[in-house]
Ligand binder design. Structure first.
Ligand code: BTN
Length: 320
């Protein structure tokens, strides 16, 4: 859409850009540029027009769209630029990504401003109000065997932590395997889904929900959930968080692919592990039991000491 192309030019320029320059760059008339600018203003952008100077965009932190994400991504030296599919509203970015994975051969990222049927782990729903959160699903196609797929979840969790640390200057922790907490409150959840056939993994979808600007939560999570805004008092662009997370994800994926396990990334993951050295409850489907978390092994399993017995936890949940 022309509007998106004009937005990308305005976003990547720190000063005024003349209507003539934009029309030359895009090969369209100045009237078309003016119409696109008017449409952007209707979307909520503050665009100043000054005679003889042109248009200047005053950044609006709460607006999210494909042009915002793409422009931010170009600020990073990303190893891979996934194709961006942005929706104002969608049922679930994971559900959409699963359908799109059969049609799009490359990596891609589905992002939505709101989800009407956001899905969480263990069949739960994921509250996804408009304008407050990040709801995104990255589809990748690593050439790894089936049993290694769960490690992608750990890599995703580390990438989100890296992005938050870079942009907010605080160190979030990971509640194994993949809840991200700040001050013991959950601010991000990850739902990894995949498809495989006889030849191995066809694709992995890493779905990420981050509470960014939320100030209220549904009753069932209001005591345990929080947002980046509530915990830090800072409002950061969602497009920046997304771009930083994608950059860090591909960095760590690269490292992971060297050994196809967590051996190189183990100490980095453990430095973020909220449960380490702590008494945790292993919520095993066969019955709960207490244990002390010791760390992870190279497969990403949680290693715990349960009454003197060292155990590998590969499924079930852990409470901090
Ligand atoms: C959890 O239960 O902690 C995981 C929550 C994952 C939510 C994200 S939001 C984007 C993507 N689309 C979904 O429907 N779910 C994931």
């Amino acid at each position: 859409m022309l509007k998106d192309e004009v937005l990308k030019i305005l976003l990547s320029s720190g000063s005024h850009v003349s209507g003539q320059d934009i029309s030359n760059k895009l090969g369209v008339s100045r009237t078309a540029v003016w119409k696109a600018v008017t449409a952007l203003k209707n979307d909520g952008y503050d665009i100043e027009s000054v005679n003889n100077k042109g248009y200047l965009l005053t950044k609006n932190k709460s607006i999210l769209n494909e042009a915002e994400i793409e422009t931010c991504m170009h600020l990073y030296d990303c190893k891979v630029f996934p194709k961006i599919l942005y929706f104002n509203s969608i049922d679930s970015t994971n559900t959409y990504a699963k359908k799109a994975a059969d049609l799009i051969p490359s990596d891609f990222l589905v992002v939505a401003d709101t989800q009407t049927l956001g899905r969480g782990r263990l069949g739960r729903s994921w509250s996804s109000p408009s304008s407050t959160g990040i709801y995104m699903s990255l589809c990748i196609r690593p050439n790894i065997s089936l049993e290694k797929a769960s490690m992608i979840t750990l890599i995703t969790a580390m990438a989100i932590c890296d992005a938050i640390e870079e942009l907010y200057n605080i160190s979030p922790l990971i509640k194994w395997p993949n809840d991200i907490v700040i001050n013991s409150k959950k601010i991000c959840g990850i739902l990894t889904e995949m498809s495989c056939d006889m030849d191995g993994i066809k694709y992995i979808i890493s779905g990420v929900g981050i509470n960014v600007y939320d100030t209220e939560f549904p009753d069932d999570i209001k005591d345990t959930a929080s947002s980046l805004l509530l915990e830090t008092g800072t409002k950061t662009d969602r497009a920046k968080i997304i771009s930083s997370a994608i950059y860090h994800f591909y960095e760590d994926l690269d490292t992971f692919m060297q050994t196809e396990d967590m051996s190189i990334l183990k100490s980095k993951y453990e430095s973020r592990l909220a449960n380490i050295g702590r008494e945790v409850m292993i919520l095993d489907p066969k019955g709960e039991y207490p244990a002390t978390a010791l760390g992870i092994d190279e497969t990403g399993a949680l290693i715990v000491n349960a009454n003197g017995k060292i155990k590998r936890i590969i499924s079930g949940e852990v409470s901090v």
